[in-house]
Design a protein around this ligand. Structure first.
Ligand code: SAM
Length: 285
């Protein structure tokens, strides 16, 4: 069990990331043809919330739990909460499902997923989680390198045209991570030009993020949509004040799907000075 991840699981950053992830998958499900999901930094798939560090307040209490206390929420948020609850017994929260589990629960029989994870222990947990799900391939190793062998996606020898690449690194390499992400995005788009790419980022150093946006928007893409949630003003360098998702080639009018969620996330997860942003950096046709 990785306690650091369990401690953070279900926090405001996970809420935004996983709402967007499920909404993207739901958009793909409007057509019958199969789609493919690649999760380059998948984690272990499920996080136990009762940690040995339970004296500390788990971040989920200021994240997804606050939403669960609300009587009425927009459909895109309700749908996410249902997915989180589906992995728990009625009326209690024992674990938090990570991105590969949320995605796999949303797949149909014809859809496929590949999940990459670098840490051996995390990858082993992920393999065990999907041992009986033939739609999901678990690939231990570096997700940035593995995407070369996984894209363009195929199932039974046939190409899968539609789908999503989720890039959710831990940013241990700080600014250098953005260079790796940009290289991975360029590689993805050269192999699979129509891919939707979703990149999670922490809001810490605004300057590096702006540089990243400029470079990403100049890639060969149809559109770039940005969704950000700052739970407090962007001036406390020691904490994660907010995060965002950058979506390249997002489904048509996808901003309209996310729009109702943003004020709700700000209201329930934010402190004084919280803000959100939902904006096309590059508008589609
Ligand atoms: N995407 C997951 C979710 O939403 O539930 C959480 C992922 S966590 C933020 C990042 C994960 O990436 C960690 O489990 C870490 O071990 C893994 N990791 C770090 N570098 C990696 C790399 N180069 N390739 C694949 N996984 C990596």
């Amino acid at each position: 069990m990785n306690y650091r991840h369990a401690f953070h699981a279900g926090n405001h950053a996970d809420v935004l990331k996983h709402i967007v992830l499920l909404a993207l998958i739901d958009a793909f499900k409007r057509k019958e043809t199969p789609f493919f999901v690649l999760d380059t930094h998948a984690g272990r798939g499920r996080y136990l919330l009762a940690s040995e560090e339970s004296r500390k307040t788990l971040e989920i209490e200021d994240g997804v739990m606050r939403l669960m206390a609300q009587p009425q929420l927009p459909p895109v948020v309700e749908r996410y909460l249902k997915a989180v609850q589906a992995d728990n017994p009625v009326g209690s929260m024992i674990c938090y499902p990570g991105s590969p589990l949320l995605a796999a629960q949303a797949l149909r029989p014809q859809d496929r997923m590949a999940a990459c994870e670098l840490q051996e222990e995390e990858a082993a947990a992920l393999k065990a989680l999907f041992a009986h799900d033939g739609r999901v391939g678990v690939h231990p190793g570096d997700g940035y390198a593995l995407l070369r062998s996984l894209l363009p996606p195929k199932a039974n020898g046939d190409k899968i045209g539609r789908g999503l690449v989720l890039i959710d690194p831990p940013y241990e390499a700080q600014d250098a991570e953005y260079q790796r992400i940009l290289a991975a995005l360029a590689e993805t788009l050269s192999r699979w030009p129509q891919a939707t790419c979703a990149v999670w980022f922490p809001i810490k150093q605004r300057r590096s993020i702006l540089h990243f946006f400029r470079k990403a928007a100049a890639l060969p893409i149809k559109s770039a949509l940005l969704a950000e949630l700052l739970v407090r003003p962007d001036d406390s360098p020691l904490r994660l004040n907010g995060s965002g998702m950058l979506l390249l080639n997002a489904p048509w009018q996808f901003d309209r799907v996310l729009a109702p969620a943003m004020p709700v996330l700000k209201q329930h997860l934010g402190e004084k000075g919280a803000s959100t942003r939902l904006e096309w950096l590059k508008a589609g046709d």
